[in-house]
Design a protein around this ligand. Structure first.
Ligand code: UFG
Length: 344
């Protein structure tokens, strides 16, 4: 029903997690309004979203850190009730080489949005944080109360600083309700294969590297180290299907809408609660897709944590959200997505 749905700005809504969230918001009856500058996203993702939904979505092309531009978006779209803020740079290695680019972009956009929320009385924001704030936790699974560790990279530091900006703003009494979602490792793609991850250049992350190797785009996958203290010696992570992760944002908005206080700050881990090693991922990928992957064991990658997985009980109870999809589902969908790219 045009004009009656709750309007939500989704910065970075053309990106990997953002595009899946736009789909889930729409399904849940919200009106997502995408803001994206397409520096790390493709226009094709908008087409993919619209194909899945069978409807047009609203798109504003520009930088969410540009206040004048965002003022225009807010003026045009009266009655914005919330913001989901995905737009940020996210390459750990690049952030070490170009820290100023990361601090400028990732902090500016949040500061701009917070000022606008205050000035225009936009009450809710859901922020994309990361399990990177925990570093290598002392005990597993990691809960929201586990201590934050000094950031390993400028990227990780921007996530920590952004969480502090949000919390300090709430503590100052500004009438906004905030949720920071600490994502574990998002993988997979929409089961329709209309949207998915589009890494720029050589992927840093495991699953895009796996699918590109299986597709023959990369010759071989290197497993970074097999002498860690895990069941097979390779690093362990909590891999979550991107559609489950997207749905957590809908639950977060619903939770904010149901809260009676007008000023709050909450943090939730968003993972599956299960740890899988690199070899678990490779073996599952081979099994569910009936493919042999060319890989070999190499040296450890600098800065990798040995193992981390989430305690998700806080999100299960408070957000009434839980994952529905498995590692096998995610790896099937990732492969289907990779194959769809080959065709285009
Ligand atoms: N890995 C390989 N070979 C590869 C790529 C990755 O063996 O070619 C291994 C890594 O060593 C690691 C695991 O696969 O053990 C997962 O690596 P990713 O790069 O996919 O993910 P990370 O857990 O290292 O990084 C993710 C996010 C970051 C975030 C970090 C926080 O991508 O944004 O979690 O821990 F900062």
């Amino acid at each position: 029903m045009p004009g009656t749905a709750t309007k939500v700005i989704v910065t970075g809504g053309a990106g990997y997690i953002g595009s899946h969230t736009v789909v889930e918001l729409f399904h849940a009856g919200y009106e997502p309004i995408i803001v994206d500058n397409f520096v790390n996203a493709e226009k094709s993702s908008i087409k993919g979203i619209e194909t899945i939904l069978g409807a047009k979505v609203k798109l504003y092309e520009g930088d969410s850190g540009n206040k004048e531009f965002m003022e225009r978006v807010i003026a045009q779209e009266r009655g914005i009730s919330g913001i989901i803020h995905f737009a940020a740079y996210k390459a750990v290695g690049e952030s070490v080489n170009q820290p100023l680019k990361y601090y400028r972009n990732n902090l500016d956009s949040l500061l701009t949005l917070m000022e606008l929320m205050k000035e225009h009385h936009i009450p809710h924001i859901v922020f994309s944080s990361s399990c990177t704030v925990y570093g290598q936790p002392d005990t597993l699974p990691v809960t929201e109360k586990s201590p934050k560790k000094p950031a390993e990279s400028p990227y990780g530091n921007t996530k920590q600083i952004c969480e502090e900006i949000l919390e300090d703003t709430v503590n100052s009494g500004v009438p906004i309700k905030v949720i920071a979602l600490r994502y574990f490792n998002p993988i997979g793609a929409h089961p329709s294969a209309e949207i998915g991850e589009l890494p720029l250049g050589v992927p840093n992350n495991l699953v895009p590297f796996v699918t590109q190797t299986a597709a023959g785009i990369r010759e071989k996958l290197t497993v970074f180290g097999d002498d860690y203290d895990t069941h097979d010696g390779t690093c362990l992570r909590d891999y979550i299907h991107v559609v489950d992760l997207a749905k957590a944002h809908v639950s977060a908005l619903q939770y904010l809408g149901s809260k009676s206080e007008e000023n709050s700050y909450d943090v939730f881990n968003i993972g599956t609660g299960q740890g899988s090693t690199v070899l678990d991922v490779i073996n599952t990928f081979e099994e569910v897709n009936n493919i042999k992957l060319n890989y070999s064991i190499g040296a450890r990658r600098a800065g990798d944590v040995e193992k981390v997985y989430a305690d998700v009980s806080h999100a299960n109870v408070e957000l009434r959200w839980k994952t529905e999809l498995s590692l096998a589902d995610a790896l099937k969908d990732a492969w289907k997505w990779q194959l769809s790219l080959k065709k285009n």
